[in-house]
Design a protein around this ligand. Structure first.
Ligand SMILES: [Zn+2]
Length: 412
Protein backbone atom coordinates (compact mmCIF):
# COMPACT_ATOMS: atom_id res chain seq x y z
CA UNK A 1 0.00 0.00 0.00
CA UNK A 2 2.78 2.38 1.07
CA UNK A 3 4.68 1.48 -2.08
CA UNK A 4 1.65 2.24 -4.23
CA UNK A 5 1.27 5.68 -2.65
CA UNK A 6 4.97 6.35 -3.13
CA UNK A 7 4.71 5.27 -6.76
CA UNK A 8 1.68 7.48 -7.42
CA UNK A 9 3.45 10.38 -5.74
CA UNK A 10 6.47 9.80 -7.93
CA UNK A 11 4.35 9.69 -11.10
CA UNK A 12 2.59 12.91 -10.09
CA UNK A 13 5.88 14.67 -9.30
CA UNK A 14 7.32 13.54 -12.62
CA UNK A 15 4.26 14.78 -14.52
CA UNK A 16 4.43 18.16 -12.80
CA UNK A 17 8.18 18.37 -13.46
CA UNK A 18 7.75 17.53 -17.15
CA UNK A 19 4.97 20.09 -17.63
CA UNK A 20 6.86 22.69 -15.58
CA UNK A 21 9.98 22.17 -17.68
CA UNK A 22 8.01 22.45 -20.89
CA UNK A 23 6.56 25.79 -19.76
CA UNK A 24 9.58 27.05 -17.84
CA UNK A 25 10.13 30.04 -20.11
CA UNK A 26 6.53 31.18 -19.86
CA UNK A 27 6.43 30.63 -16.09
CA UNK A 28 9.61 32.69 -15.73
CA UNK A 29 8.12 35.46 -17.88
CA UNK A 30 4.94 35.61 -15.79
CA UNK A 31 7.15 35.98 -12.74
CA UNK A 32 9.47 38.60 -14.30
CA UNK A 33 6.68 40.85 -15.64
CA UNK A 34 6.33 43.82 -13.27
CA UNK A 35 3.20 44.02 -11.09
CA UNK A 36 1.42 47.35 -11.33
CA UNK A 37 -0.05 48.72 -8.11
CA UNK A 38 -3.07 50.26 -9.84
CA UNK A 39 -5.07 49.92 -13.04
CA UNK A 40 -3.50 51.65 -16.05
CA UNK A 41 -5.53 52.25 -19.20
CA UNK A 42 -4.22 53.34 -22.60
CA UNK A 43 -6.21 53.58 -25.83
CA UNK A 44 -3.75 52.66 -28.56
CA UNK A 45 -5.00 53.83 -31.94
CA UNK A 46 -3.36 53.37 -35.32
CA UNK A 47 -3.35 54.51 -38.93
CA UNK A 48 -3.62 58.28 -38.44
CA UNK A 49 -1.68 60.61 -40.71
CA UNK A 50 -1.17 60.91 -44.45
CA UNK A 51 -4.57 60.01 -45.88
CA UNK A 52 -8.13 61.32 -45.97
CA UNK A 53 -8.58 64.86 -44.65
CA UNK A 54 -11.71 63.88 -42.69
CA UNK A 55 -9.26 62.78 -40.00
CA UNK A 56 -8.84 66.39 -38.90
CA UNK A 57 -12.40 66.70 -37.62
CA UNK A 58 -12.27 63.20 -36.16
CA UNK A 59 -9.18 64.07 -34.12
CA UNK A 60 -10.60 67.42 -33.00
CA UNK A 61 -13.75 65.74 -31.70
CA UNK A 62 -11.80 62.97 -29.99
CA UNK A 63 -9.50 65.50 -28.33
CA UNK A 64 -12.49 67.49 -27.07
CA UNK A 65 -14.05 64.33 -25.64
CA UNK A 66 -10.88 62.98 -24.00
CA UNK A 67 -10.11 66.33 -22.37
CA UNK A 68 -13.35 66.13 -20.37
CA UNK A 69 -11.94 63.20 -18.34
CA UNK A 70 -9.08 63.13 -15.82
CA UNK A 71 -7.63 60.56 -13.43
CA UNK A 72 -7.15 61.36 -9.74
CA UNK A 73 -3.87 63.15 -10.48
CA UNK A 74 -5.34 65.27 -13.26
CA UNK A 75 -4.00 63.32 -16.24
CA UNK A 76 -6.34 63.14 -19.22
CA UNK A 77 -6.87 59.75 -20.88
CA UNK A 78 -4.26 59.22 -23.58
CA UNK A 79 -5.08 58.06 -27.04
CA UNK A 80 -1.85 57.13 -28.76
CA UNK A 81 -1.74 57.98 -32.45
CA UNK A 82 0.21 55.47 -34.51
CA UNK A 83 1.20 57.84 -37.29
CA UNK A 84 1.67 57.04 -40.97
CA UNK A 85 3.97 59.64 -42.53
CA UNK A 86 3.22 59.23 -46.24
CA UNK A 87 0.75 57.97 -48.79
CA UNK A 88 0.92 57.43 -52.54
CA UNK A 89 0.71 60.70 -54.47
CA UNK A 90 -1.94 59.33 -56.80
CA UNK A 91 -2.14 62.49 -58.87
CA UNK A 92 1.58 62.46 -59.67
CA UNK A 93 1.42 58.74 -60.40
CA UNK A 94 -1.50 59.19 -62.78
CA UNK A 95 0.58 61.76 -64.63
CA UNK A 96 3.49 59.31 -64.82
CA UNK A 97 1.12 56.53 -65.89
CA UNK A 98 2.17 54.51 -62.87
CA UNK A 99 5.73 54.17 -64.17
CA UNK A 100 7.20 55.30 -60.87
CA UNK A 101 6.19 55.50 -57.20
CA UNK A 102 5.61 58.98 -55.76
CA UNK A 103 4.79 59.80 -52.15
CA UNK A 104 2.90 62.62 -50.51
CA UNK A 105 4.20 63.14 -47.00
CA UNK A 106 2.48 64.54 -43.95
CA UNK A 107 4.67 67.62 -44.43
CA UNK A 108 2.61 68.63 -47.46
CA UNK A 109 0.52 71.77 -47.02
CA UNK A 110 -2.71 69.84 -47.68
CA UNK A 111 -2.15 68.19 -44.28
CA UNK A 112 -1.52 71.42 -42.36
CA UNK A 113 -4.81 71.30 -40.45
CA UNK A 114 -4.43 67.61 -39.74
CA UNK A 115 -0.95 68.18 -38.31
CA UNK A 116 -2.35 71.01 -36.23
CA UNK A 117 -5.12 68.81 -34.80
CA UNK A 118 -2.49 66.25 -33.75
CA UNK A 119 -0.28 68.94 -32.22
CA UNK A 120 -3.21 70.49 -30.34
CA UNK A 121 -4.18 67.13 -28.85
CA UNK A 122 -0.58 66.41 -27.84
CA UNK A 123 -0.37 69.86 -26.25
CA UNK A 124 -3.62 69.22 -24.34
CA UNK A 125 -2.27 65.90 -23.07
CA UNK A 126 -4.87 63.71 -24.76
CA UNK A 127 -2.81 62.39 -27.70
CA UNK A 128 0.64 60.82 -27.79
CA UNK A 129 2.15 60.36 -31.24
CA UNK A 130 4.19 57.28 -32.06
CA UNK A 131 5.60 56.04 -35.36
CA UNK A 132 3.56 53.53 -37.33
CA UNK A 133 5.65 53.82 -40.50
CA UNK A 134 6.57 55.97 -43.46
CA UNK A 135 3.87 54.18 -45.45
CA UNK A 136 1.50 51.47 -44.27
CA UNK A 137 3.04 49.25 -46.96
CA UNK A 138 6.32 48.57 -48.69
CA UNK A 139 6.09 50.76 -51.84
CA UNK A 140 8.01 48.44 -54.24
CA UNK A 141 5.68 45.59 -53.20
CA UNK A 142 2.65 47.72 -53.95
CA UNK A 143 4.04 48.70 -57.36
CA UNK A 144 4.77 45.06 -58.13
CA UNK A 145 1.28 43.98 -57.05
CA UNK A 146 -0.31 46.66 -59.26
CA UNK A 147 0.91 44.73 -62.34
CA UNK A 148 -1.39 41.79 -61.61
CA UNK A 149 -4.03 43.15 -59.25
CA UNK A 150 -6.47 45.63 -60.79
CA UNK A 151 -7.75 46.74 -57.35
CA UNK A 152 -4.24 47.77 -56.30
CA UNK A 153 -3.73 49.54 -59.63
CA UNK A 154 -6.95 51.48 -59.16
CA UNK A 155 -5.98 52.29 -55.58
CA UNK A 156 -2.73 53.86 -56.81
CA UNK A 157 -4.59 55.83 -59.47
CA UNK A 158 -7.51 56.99 -57.34
CA UNK A 159 -8.80 60.57 -57.44
CA UNK A 160 -8.90 61.15 -53.71
CA UNK A 161 -6.31 60.59 -51.00
CA UNK A 162 -6.45 56.80 -50.68
CA UNK A 163 -7.00 54.75 -47.51
CA UNK A 164 -4.59 51.93 -46.78
CA UNK A 165 -7.31 50.01 -44.96
CA UNK A 166 -8.75 48.99 -48.34
CA UNK A 167 -5.52 47.41 -49.63
CA UNK A 168 -5.19 43.61 -49.61
CA UNK A 169 -4.11 42.64 -46.09
CA UNK A 170 -0.71 41.17 -47.03
CA UNK A 171 0.25 44.43 -48.74
CA UNK A 172 -0.49 46.46 -45.60
CA UNK A 173 2.63 45.05 -43.94
CA UNK A 174 5.56 47.39 -44.32
CA UNK A 175 8.47 45.16 -43.43
CA UNK A 176 8.16 42.44 -46.07
CA UNK A 177 7.27 42.01 -49.71
CA UNK A 178 3.68 40.74 -49.73
CA UNK A 179 3.29 41.00 -53.52
CA UNK A 180 4.17 37.30 -53.62
CA UNK A 181 2.98 34.70 -51.13
CA UNK A 182 4.48 33.29 -49.02
CA UNK A 183 5.92 36.77 -48.52
CA UNK A 184 9.58 37.54 -49.26
CA UNK A 185 11.92 39.10 -46.71
CA UNK A 186 13.45 42.48 -47.54
CA UNK A 187 17.12 43.18 -47.99
CA UNK A 188 18.85 44.37 -44.80
CA UNK A 189 20.38 47.47 -46.39
CA UNK A 190 16.97 48.57 -47.72
CA UNK A 191 15.44 48.12 -44.28
CA UNK A 192 18.15 50.12 -42.59
CA UNK A 193 17.86 53.01 -45.10
CA UNK A 194 14.04 53.03 -44.87
CA UNK A 195 14.11 53.11 -41.05
CA UNK A 196 16.61 56.01 -41.08
CA UNK A 197 14.44 57.89 -43.55
CA UNK A 198 11.21 57.51 -41.58
CA UNK A 199 12.79 58.32 -38.23
CA UNK A 200 14.24 61.52 -39.71
CA UNK A 201 10.92 62.58 -41.23
CA UNK A 202 9.04 61.87 -38.00
CA UNK A 203 11.50 64.06 -36.11
CA UNK A 204 11.10 66.84 -38.63
CA UNK A 205 7.30 66.78 -38.46
CA UNK A 206 6.88 66.35 -34.69
CA UNK A 207 9.97 68.36 -33.66
CA UNK A 208 11.23 65.47 -31.55
CA UNK A 209 12.32 61.91 -32.26
CA UNK A 210 9.83 59.10 -31.76
CA UNK A 211 10.49 56.87 -28.77
CA UNK A 212 7.78 54.34 -29.66
CA UNK A 213 7.11 52.37 -32.83
CA UNK A 214 4.08 50.28 -33.74
CA UNK A 215 4.97 47.92 -36.61
CA UNK A 216 2.18 47.95 -39.24
CA UNK A 217 0.19 44.68 -39.00
CA UNK A 218 2.71 43.58 -36.35
CA UNK A 219 5.04 42.08 -38.91
CA UNK A 220 8.73 42.91 -38.46
CA UNK A 221 12.04 41.14 -37.98
CA UNK A 222 15.27 41.38 -36.04
CA UNK A 223 16.92 43.59 -38.67
CA UNK A 224 14.08 46.10 -38.47
CA UNK A 225 14.23 46.07 -34.70
CA UNK A 226 17.99 46.63 -34.62
CA UNK A 227 17.63 49.53 -37.06
CA UNK A 228 15.04 51.14 -34.77
CA UNK A 229 17.34 50.64 -31.78
CA UNK A 230 20.27 52.27 -33.62
CA UNK A 231 17.98 55.16 -34.53
CA UNK A 232 17.12 55.91 -30.88
CA UNK A 233 13.73 54.20 -30.59
CA UNK A 234 13.13 52.84 -27.08
CA UNK A 235 9.84 50.96 -27.16
CA UNK A 236 8.08 48.56 -29.55
CA UNK A 237 4.36 48.00 -29.15
CA UNK A 238 3.67 44.31 -29.77
CA UNK A 239 0.62 42.04 -29.69
CA UNK A 240 2.55 39.75 -27.32
CA UNK A 241 4.72 38.22 -30.01
CA UNK A 242 6.41 39.03 -33.29
CA UNK A 243 5.24 37.86 -36.71
CA UNK A 244 8.07 37.74 -39.20
CA UNK A 245 6.31 36.71 -42.39
CA UNK A 246 3.05 35.86 -44.15
CA UNK A 247 2.19 32.40 -45.39
CA UNK A 248 0.77 31.29 -48.75
CA UNK A 249 -2.66 32.58 -47.70
CA UNK A 250 -1.28 35.93 -46.59
CA UNK A 251 -1.76 35.12 -42.89
CA UNK A 252 0.95 36.45 -40.53
CA UNK A 253 3.26 33.60 -39.50
CA UNK A 254 6.75 32.76 -38.16
CA UNK A 255 5.86 33.67 -34.62
CA UNK A 256 8.48 34.54 -32.00
CA UNK A 257 8.49 33.51 -28.35
CA UNK A 258 5.86 35.40 -26.31
CA UNK A 259 6.69 38.95 -25.20
CA UNK A 260 5.74 40.45 -21.88
CA UNK A 261 5.29 44.01 -20.62
CA UNK A 262 8.58 45.61 -19.67
CA UNK A 263 10.66 42.90 -21.35
CA UNK A 264 13.96 44.10 -22.71
CA UNK A 265 14.63 42.56 -26.10
CA UNK A 266 18.02 41.46 -27.45
CA UNK A 267 18.01 44.62 -29.54
CA UNK A 268 17.90 46.69 -26.35
CA UNK A 269 14.35 47.90 -27.06
CA UNK A 270 11.58 47.44 -24.50
CA UNK A 271 8.38 45.65 -25.37
CA UNK A 272 4.92 46.64 -24.26
CA UNK A 273 1.95 44.44 -25.05
CA UNK A 274 -1.36 45.50 -26.52
CA UNK A 275 -3.53 43.04 -24.76
CA UNK A 276 -7.10 43.68 -25.94
CA UNK A 277 -9.22 45.38 -28.60
CA UNK A 278 -11.65 48.24 -28.63
CA UNK A 279 -13.04 48.66 -32.12
CA UNK A 280 -16.59 49.97 -31.55
CA UNK A 281 -17.52 49.69 -35.24
CA UNK A 282 -16.71 45.97 -35.06
CA UNK A 283 -19.12 45.55 -32.15
CA UNK A 284 -16.68 45.88 -29.22
CA UNK A 285 -18.82 47.54 -26.57
CA UNK A 286 -17.54 49.36 -23.45
CA UNK A 287 -18.58 46.39 -21.31
CA UNK A 288 -16.08 44.18 -23.12
CA UNK A 289 -13.31 46.72 -22.59
CA UNK A 290 -14.18 47.03 -18.91
CA UNK A 291 -13.94 43.27 -18.50
CA UNK A 292 -10.50 43.42 -20.08
CA UNK A 293 -9.56 46.22 -17.68
CA UNK A 294 -10.63 44.14 -14.70
CA UNK A 295 -8.80 41.05 -15.89
CA UNK A 296 -5.54 42.84 -16.70
CA UNK A 297 -5.65 44.89 -13.50
CA UNK A 298 -6.16 41.74 -11.41
CA UNK A 299 -3.06 40.36 -13.08
CA UNK A 300 -1.09 43.51 -12.22
CA UNK A 301 -0.96 44.43 -15.89
CA UNK A 302 -1.76 47.61 -17.79
CA UNK A 303 -4.66 47.52 -20.25
CA UNK A 304 -3.68 48.60 -23.75
CA UNK A 305 -6.73 48.65 -25.98
CA UNK A 306 -6.07 48.52 -29.70
CA UNK A 307 -8.25 50.64 -31.93
CA UNK A 308 -7.99 52.26 -35.40
CA UNK A 309 -8.98 55.41 -37.20
CA UNK A 310 -11.59 53.52 -39.25
CA UNK A 311 -13.87 53.63 -36.20
CA UNK A 312 -13.77 57.42 -36.10
CA UNK A 313 -13.79 58.44 -39.78
CA UNK A 314 -16.57 57.95 -42.34
CA UNK A 315 -20.24 57.24 -41.82
CA UNK A 316 -21.60 59.77 -39.32
CA UNK A 317 -23.76 57.34 -37.37
CA UNK A 318 -20.91 54.87 -37.01
CA UNK A 319 -18.52 57.61 -35.93
CA UNK A 320 -20.94 59.09 -33.39
CA UNK A 321 -21.58 55.75 -31.77
CA UNK A 322 -17.83 54.98 -31.66
CA UNK A 323 -17.17 58.25 -29.81
CA UNK A 324 -20.08 57.51 -27.49
CA UNK A 325 -18.49 54.13 -26.75
CA UNK A 326 -15.22 55.86 -25.78
CA UNK A 327 -17.20 58.25 -23.60
CA UNK A 328 -19.05 55.38 -21.85
CA UNK A 329 -15.88 53.37 -21.38
CA UNK A 330 -14.02 56.24 -19.70
CA UNK A 331 -17.01 57.19 -17.56
CA UNK A 332 -17.42 53.64 -16.25
CA UNK A 333 -13.68 53.02 -15.89
CA UNK A 334 -13.31 56.07 -13.65
CA UNK A 335 -16.38 55.13 -11.63
CA UNK A 336 -15.29 51.51 -11.11
CA UNK A 337 -11.59 52.25 -10.58
CA UNK A 338 -11.09 55.59 -8.82
CA UNK A 339 -7.33 54.86 -8.64
CA UNK A 340 -7.02 54.27 -12.39
CA UNK A 341 -4.09 56.01 -14.08
CA UNK A 342 -4.04 57.33 -17.65
CA UNK A 343 -0.49 57.07 -18.97
CA UNK A 344 0.99 57.28 -22.43
CA UNK A 345 2.79 54.21 -23.71
CA UNK A 346 6.17 55.86 -23.32
CA UNK A 347 5.34 56.79 -19.71
CA UNK A 348 4.22 53.23 -19.04
CA UNK A 349 7.43 51.82 -20.54
CA UNK A 350 9.48 54.13 -18.30
CA UNK A 351 7.59 53.02 -15.19
CA UNK A 352 8.07 49.35 -16.10
CA UNK A 353 11.74 49.66 -17.03
CA UNK A 354 12.60 51.74 -13.98
CA UNK A 355 10.68 49.46 -11.60
CA UNK A 356 9.46 52.70 -10.06
CA UNK A 357 8.25 51.75 -6.57
CA UNK A 358 5.40 54.26 -6.69
CA UNK A 359 3.95 52.16 -9.46
CA UNK A 360 5.42 48.68 -9.18
CA UNK A 361 4.65 46.34 -6.31
CA UNK A 362 7.74 44.33 -5.30
CA UNK A 363 6.17 42.61 -2.26
CA UNK A 364 6.95 38.92 -2.53
CA UNK A 365 3.51 37.84 -1.38
CA UNK A 366 1.76 40.10 -3.90
CA UNK A 367 4.07 38.95 -6.69
CA UNK A 368 3.35 35.34 -5.80
CA UNK A 369 -0.39 35.95 -5.86
CA UNK A 370 -0.18 37.75 -9.16
CA UNK A 371 1.99 34.97 -10.60
CA UNK A 372 -0.83 32.57 -9.80
CA UNK A 373 -3.48 34.93 -11.26
CA UNK A 374 -1.45 35.14 -14.47
CA UNK A 375 -1.18 31.36 -14.66
CA UNK A 376 -4.91 31.06 -14.01
CA UNK A 377 -5.58 33.44 -16.94
CA UNK A 378 -3.20 31.72 -19.36
CA UNK A 379 -4.84 28.91 -21.34
CA UNK A 380 -1.41 27.49 -22.27
CA UNK A 381 -0.82 26.66 -18.62
CA UNK A 382 -4.19 25.05 -17.90
CA UNK A 383 -2.88 21.51 -17.41
CA UNK A 384 0.14 22.59 -15.42
CA UNK A 385 -1.94 24.87 -13.19
CA UNK A 386 -4.35 22.06 -12.31
CA UNK A 387 -1.87 19.24 -11.99
CA UNK A 388 0.68 21.18 -9.96
CA UNK A 389 -1.95 22.01 -7.36
CA UNK A 390 -1.29 25.74 -7.82
CA UNK A 391 -5.00 26.03 -8.55
CA UNK A 392 -5.72 25.22 -4.87
CA UNK A 393 -3.25 27.77 -3.55
CA UNK A 394 -4.75 30.31 -5.97
CA UNK A 395 -8.27 29.77 -4.68
CA UNK A 396 -7.11 29.70 -1.07
CA UNK A 397 -5.31 33.04 -1.45
CA UNK A 398 -8.21 34.49 -3.33
CA UNK A 399 -10.64 33.42 -0.66
CA UNK A 400 -8.51 34.77 2.19
CA UNK A 401 -7.70 38.10 0.50
CA UNK A 402 -11.33 38.66 -0.50
CA UNK A 403 -12.02 38.80 3.25
CA UNK A 404 -9.42 41.47 3.84
CA UNK A 405 -8.51 43.94 1.11
CA UNK A 406 -8.05 43.95 -2.65
CA UNK A 407 -6.97 41.06 -4.74
CA UNK A 408 -3.71 40.64 -6.60
CA UNK A 409 -1.90 43.79 -7.68
CA UNK A 410 -5.07 45.79 -7.72
CA UNK A 411 -5.19 48.21 -4.80
CA UNK A 412 -8.11 50.24 -6.05
ZN1 LIG B 1 -2.05 50.01 -38.94
Amino acid sequence: MGELVALLLLVWLLAVAVLGLRHRRLLAQLWAEPVLRRPVLIIESDDWGAGPLAQTEALQKLAALLSTFSDSEGRHPKMTLGVVLAIADTEAMRRADLSVYRRLTLEHECFAELRQSMADGIEKGVFAAQLHGMEHYWPPALMQAANDDESVRQWLLSDALPQTETLPSALQSRWLDGSVLPAQQLDGALISAAVDEELALYKKIFSEPTKVVVPPTFVWNQMVEESWARGGVEVVVTPGQRYESRDENGVPCSVSEPHYNGEQAESGLNYVVRNDYFEPSLGHDPERALQALQRKSNAGRPTLLETHRFNFVGDEKKVDSARQAVDDLLTDALRQYPAIAFLSTVQLAKVLAGRDSDWINESLLVRLRVWLVRQHQDYRLRKFFLLSGFVFIYHLLRWSSAKTSGWAGDES
